[in-house]
Each structure stands twice: as structure tokens, then as C-alpha cells.
Ligand binder design. Structure first.
Ligand code: ADP
Length: 313
């Protein structure tokens, strides 16, 4: 029986590697910021995690790859979608979770989890930058600050500004124009955080709101984004200690659980859930703006169980 297992999550903006022991406890992890999906970033994450665990690659019994670029990860024993891996990682980090909201650099997901931590249903936005980490990157660039400074800025905003364009292509222009009209950066930041939260309600509406709710992904490191989403959902949001590496942690757990000789953890349920998640990643046409048909107020009403507003022509 090998003593160590690894999960590698190659996302759209960051590469993460997590090493766990045979007791499923986390031994080491490394996150590497990349400009775009990069094998070099992934190599650095893997080497960094091995170095801090004082292990060699040969000491790792099994490696599972996940994330947007999971097919680019060489030397993995198997891949799982990030839907399956996030659900697994969150179920271990926050037992009893029923809904996972994962907001990464380029997509956002709502994952409904059953009582045993298996994926029941999920909805994903990977066609539009609104409601993703990319949108916050656009905001930070327009406000000339770092993405990790946004929460502090948003917290000091008080005025509710109308942010009409949730399209990342036009948002930067709109933010610059708000600045030109004299709007204060904290008010702009706070208003954009609220608008992104409202956008996320649409995803939650697709799978149905249930509690407890856990938020993961790099955007969960943004306290203002977490606060805005909790307010929009009218619910507490739990953030695990390392929200950006939940997918890699779940992959490492799956490496342990699917390791030859290890007891199978409801293998059939796992394969079924993975199959349906993998179908959602089937090659699709180019990015679409069809989701814009769903207004934020409609999404809010569905999630909160309010009457759905009638749109007048
Ligand atoms: P991916 O897996 O697609 O690479 P991540 O889950 O790593 O994405 O999330 C990346 C996003 O997280 C970035 O676009 C950024 O908006 C946000 N982010 C990352 N680090 C921080 C931080 N320290 N503070 C605020 N936001 C952050």
C-alpha cells in the first residue's frame, strides 16, 4: 500500500497540486498563478508540493488530474471532472454540505450534493465571463488595483450604483465611464460585487437552493464576493480553509479511493456521477450570450421562492 496520493487541478488561471497521506490527511499543497493554462505552471505546482512534502514522484501511489486543462496533465493515472472533484473535496472538508458554489477564473458552478457527498445535479456557466473570477480581474484592472485588494475596497463602498453591463467585454468601458462621471471606486467595487452575486443566483436556481452551502474557488478568497453572495442567497455561506484547492484535494482523495487495493467508495455511484458531469464538458459551440435572456430579477425570484416578475415589452 502506497503512503501518498496526489491530486492536480489545472485551472484556467492557477495550477494546484495537493498531496495526501493514506489516512486522507493533507500533507502538502502548492498553488501556482499562471497567465493562462500552462504545463509549466502545472509542473511548478507538482514539484512544489513534492518538495514541501519531501517526497519524490515515485513515492506517490496514484495521481488524479482535474480542472479545465486536466487533459494536458502528463503522467496522471486518471482524470475526473472538476464537478466530481470539488464535490468530493468539499464533502470531506465540510461534511454535510448540500450545495457547492464554485467560482473560478473562467467559469462558475452550482453543484447539488447528496447526503453521502456525491453529485446529484449541477449547473455550470463556462460560456460567459460574467459571474466568474475573470469579471473581478476586469474590475481590478479598471480600478487600477490588485484582485486581492477588491474586498477591502468594496467593503468601504456605500452607494448602490447601476451596473448595467454584466458582459466582461463591455464592463471595463462602463466602469471607466462611471469613474469619469465621478463615481467613487469603493462604490463601483461594491456595486459590481452585488451584480456578480445576483448573476450567480441564476445558477443556483437551476439546481435548487439547499443548505448548508459551501463556496469554493479562488473567488471564495474574496470576502466581499462571499458576503455579497450570502446576502443575495439570504443564507450563510461556509468557506473551507483553503477554498482554491478544494478540487485538487478532492482529486487526491479520489486517487486514494480508486487506488488498487483500497476499498471502493460506492464506485458505481462515483462513475455514474462522473459520466454525467463529463457529458457537460463535451465539445460545445463557441461562447454564447443566450444566458442573458434570464434577468437577474427572475433568477432571484426563483431562488428565494418569490413570484416571478413579469417582463413587459
Ligand atoms: P481556475 O481554477 O479557473 O484557475 P481559481 O479557482 O484559481 O480559478 O480562481 C481564480 C480567480 O480567483 C481569479 O480570477 C480571481 O478573481 C480570484 N482570486 C484568486 N486569488 C484571489 C485573492 N487572493 N483574492 C481575491 N480573489 C482572488
Amino acid at each position: 500500500m502506497s503512503e501518498h496520493f496526489m491530486g492536480v487541478d489545472l485551472g484556467s488561471t492557477t495550477a494546484k497540486a495537493v498531496i495526501i497521506g493514506a489516512d486522507a490527511g493533507m500533507v502538502a499543497w502548492r498553488t501556482v498563478q499562471m497567465g493562462a493554462v500552462s504545463r509549466e505552471g502545472m509542473r511548478q505546482a507538482v514539484d512544489g508540493a513534492l518538495e514541501s512534502a519531501e517526497l519524490r514522484r515515485a513515492d506517490i501511489g496514484r495521481v488524479i488530474g482535474t480542472g479545465y486543462g486536466r487533459r494536458l496533465v502528463p503522467g496522471v493515472d486518471r482524470t475526473f471532472t472538476e464537478i466530481t472533484c470539488h464535490a468530493r473535496g468539499v464533502a470531506a472538508a465540510c461534511p454535510g454540505v448540500r450545495l457547492v458554489i464554485d467560482i473560478g477564473g473562467q467559469d462558475s458552478k452550482a453543484i447539488a450534493v447528496d447526503r453521502d457527498g456525491f453529485v446529484e445535479d449541477f449547473a455550470m456557466n463556462d460560456r460567459c465571463a460574467s459571474g466568474t473570477g475573470r469579471f473581478f480581474e476586469v474590475l481590478a484592472r479598471a480600478l487600477e488595483c490588485e484582485v486581492d485588494e477588491l474586498a477591502g475596497l468594496a467593503r468601504s463602498g456605500s452607494e448602490d450604483l447601476e451596473v448595467s453591463s454584466m458582459c466582461a467585454t463591455f464592463a471595463e468601458t462602463e466602469i471607466v465611464s462611471l469613474l469619469a462621471q465621478g463615481a467613487e471606486p469603493p462604490d463601483i467595487a461594491a456595486s459590481v460585487h452585488r451584480a456578480v452575486a445576483a448573476r450567480t443566483l441564476g445558477l443556483v436556481a437551476q439546481v435548487g437552493k439547499r443548505r448548508p452551502i459551501v463556496m469554493t474557488g479562488g473567488v471564495a478568497k474574496n470576502a466581499a464576493a462571499v458576503h455579497a453572495l450570502a446576502e443575495a442567497l439570504e443564507s450563510e455561506l461556509i468557506v473551507p480553509p483553503h477554498p482554491q484547492i478544494t478540487g485538487a484535494y478532492g482529486a487526491a482523495l479520489l486517487a486514494l479511493e480508486t487506488y488498487e487495493g483500497a476499498p471502493p467508495r460506492r464506485a458505481a455511484d462515483l462513475e455514474r456521477a462522473e459520466e454525467s458531469a463529463a457529458a457537460a464538458f463535451a465539445p460545445q459551440s463557441s461562447p454564447s450570450c443566450a444566458d442573458c435572456e434570464v434577468s437577474d430579477s427572475t433568477a432571484r425570484s426563483v431562488v428565494l421562492g418569490l413570484p416571478i416578475p413579469v417582463r413587459r415589452p
